[in-house]
Design a protein around this ligand. Structure first.
Ligand SMILES: [Zn+2]
Length: 444
């Protein structure tokens, strides 16, 4: 595989055009599907090369690779020969036959060498360099060496056999080798094409896989660090500011993890590799990136307050939770500046109005507080006040909530206030909680 439009070609490059013969084209004895489609591609490609080598499969009658030479066997069976596994083929490319002739439209007049292979009756030869016994040389290596060729580009028929073997041998013999995929067609017998690509791209695939695993490892490390940033605060390993610093570092690192995973996935795609690990790496690093990025966005776009009340004039007062808040960083007084910032940041927040008298409204408010899974600290129907403590998921921040039920005409008005104990900005948590509570309270 090579994007040939970007490759600069010179005197040290050669194009090897493999077996563009009648028998491998539609109508031939061992036709490769759409095999003739390579002809115009090869003709065009060859014009860009100063050095072109043609190969021809060239078997004597009764060749060992023919199924007809093995009674009881049929084409595409696999048998053991002294030199190893051999796929059996229909009789093809018999020396001097029409089928063995190059395709009539193949037009590469500048080709300097025609190498014939498979002429030993007992040994097949997919590769243009080495016969199937892996010892007998065709002479192509010596020719290319003497000509000073360093890089070969392989095209023709069929991708998964003669093209692949030729490219792999070229690489093994010390040439740089690429397969021009557009100018090849495959037989693809029982997964042979995938297997050939696996071998051809093995080096790059290994690199791509290593990048993907690195991306996955980084992504998992970032996600774990983010999780720990909160849990560490919960368990008292560090202050919440240190925890947030850990989260910030992990979030930025996740950007790197995502980039590495993306590069790995692209490299794997280019190397025809399976993308399963790559996608897992992408998803995990995207989550590790998205989680802190979301909160970062919240901090940037939301007011830096930590006290939210549906009544900004006369916010419900905390009473029962006060002992638990002793020493808390944030005080319980609700300032006019907070009211201003809240109105700007969360203009939708307003008290709930229920069309039932206060005692019934109180019951409903209490049920809604329980539904929120808050820790109820006090519920005083006479005062119309419910106090509770909510705990955030990751960091386990304690926020206190007070609900106040007052008469409102024939019905009731319910106000809610939610106040963090620590942190200047609450990442929008208190407003979110108040909204969720109002929704839980709403008649369904
Ligand atoms: Zn053959």
């Amino acid at each position: 595989m090579a994007d040939n439009s970007k490759v600069k070609l010179g005197a040290k490059d050669a194009l090897i055009v493999v077996d563009v013969q009648n028998d491998f084209c539609p109508g031939g004895r061992l036709a490769v599907q759409k095999g003739d489609e390579v002809v115009p591609a090869v003709n065009a490609l060859a014009q860009r090369f100063a050095n072109v080598v043609l190969t021809q499969d060239w078997h004597p009658p009764g060749h060992q690779s023919f199924a007809t030479s093995h009674p009881g066997r049929k084409p595409f069976d696999s048998i053991k020969l002294p030199y190893g596994e051999q796929v059996l083929w229909p009789d093809h490319c018999v020396q001097g036959s029409d089928g063995a002739a190059l395709h009539k439209d193949l037009s590469v007049p500048q080709a300097q060498l025609l190498i014939r292979k498979g002429y030993n009756k007992d040994v097949d030869s997919y590769s243009a360099f080495l016969e199937a016994d892996r010892r007998t040389r065709t002479g192509l290596e010596g020719y290319l060496e003497e000509r000073g060729i360093k890089r070969v580009f392989v095209c023709g028929l069929a991708t998964d056999f003669c093209v692949a073997w030729t490219a792999l041998d070229a690489r093994k013999l010390g040439f740089a080798a690429a397969v021009i995929e557009d100018a090849c067609r495959a037989i693809d017998n029982q997964g042979s094409l995938a297997a050939a690509w696996e071998k051809i791209t093995f080096g790059r695939r290994r690199v791509a896989r290593a990048i993907v695993w690195l991306g996955l490892a980084l992504g998992v490390a970032c996600a774990a660090a983010e999780l720990l940033s909160g849990l560490g605060y919960r368990f008292g390993w560090w202050s919440f500011r240190e925890g947030i610093a850990v989260m910030r570092v992990a979030g930025w690192s996740a950007l790197g993890a995502f980039a590495v995973s993306l590069i790995g996935v692209i490299a794997e795609g280019a190397a025809h590799a399976r993308l399963r690990v790559g996608f897992v790496a992408l998803v995990i690093s995207a989550l590790a990136l998205g989680f802190p990025a979301y909160y970062y966005y919240q901090v940037q776009h939301l007011p830096h307050i930590h006290d939210i009340s549906t009544d900004t004039q006369n916010p419900p007062a905390f009473v029962a939770v006060l002992p638990a808040r002793q020493g808390a960083e944030n005080k319980t007084d609700y300032s006019p500046q907070t009211a201003e910032q809240q109105k700007e940041g969360y203009p939708d927040l307003a008290p709930a109005r229920l069309e039932v008298p206060p005692p019934a409204a109180f019951e409903r408010a209490l049920a809604a507080a329980r539904a929120m899974r808050w820790d109820i600290v006090a519920a005083d129907p006479a005062q119309g006040r419910i106090e509770a403590t909510a705990t955030t998921l990751l960091f386990g921040f304690k926020d206190d909530v007070v609900v106040r039920v007052t008469p409102d005409g024939a019905g009731s008005r319910v106000d809610v206030r939610s106040l963090s104990r620590v942190g200047r900005s609450d990442f929008g948590t208190n407003a979110k909680r108040v909204r969720a509570y109002l929704k839980a309270l709403a008649p369904t």
